[in-house]
Design a protein around this ligand. Sequence first.
Ligand code: ZN
Length: 259
Amino acid sequence: MTDELQAADGAVARKKIIEDNEELWRSIKGVLAAVGHQKCWYCETADIRSDNAVDHFRPKGRVSGESKEGYWWLAFDVRNYRFACTFCNSRRHGEGGTTGGKADYFPLAEGSRRADSYLISISVEIPMLLDPCDQFDITTIWFDETGQVKVNPDAEALEENVPDRVAVSRTLYHLDHVRLIEARKRIYLEVLEMCDQADEALVSYKATRDVTARSVFHESINALRRMRKENAPYSAVAKCAVRGYRGSSPSAKLIAEAS
Ligand SMILES: [Zn+2]
């Protein structure tokens, strides 16, 4: 299909080919959803009631703010697909006055060249949006007990534009949506409570040799391990919570360093 796009006579013809073949990416939505454990690749929300979409990371049509066509040659390239919820994918207003949604935005860093032809490699670009398929990008985001998106200080030290990229992504992926912040805060606090429970049970077991306390300790450790697994709700938040608490909690330290 990409060959047909390259052979097409102009933008109108290309647009028609793309529109006529939307089924090609829609048909693999289930596969992409399964890869991310049914969670949106951008915000980790798993809402089975939502009609989630296959997002083209680099927009296949127009690019907001650009006069040229978008990345039409990536319309049928699976490497450009991301499984996204409606809040991350489309422009929407949220409670509390926030607005977000990626839509056809794909801003680049100041001074970055844009790959505005299929003859130019996309590797010339420095995108402002964090890519959930890029392992470095994933590490740049940090969460704390408020549920807000923060910058990972370790990543900030490695690339100077990390804070700006996190800020742009927070807005365009609508990561500051109030319900999302609340959901993250709940997970973060659950992790802290589980760590406290594990620590207290361990202290109790050491003092009393009560096997019930030992059992609570082991179950709490197992629960913490499950909360950090990729299929768990907002597991990226749970990982940050464990890491953030490891200086105060022996159980958090154990889990943070276990894997
Ligand atoms: Zn999302």
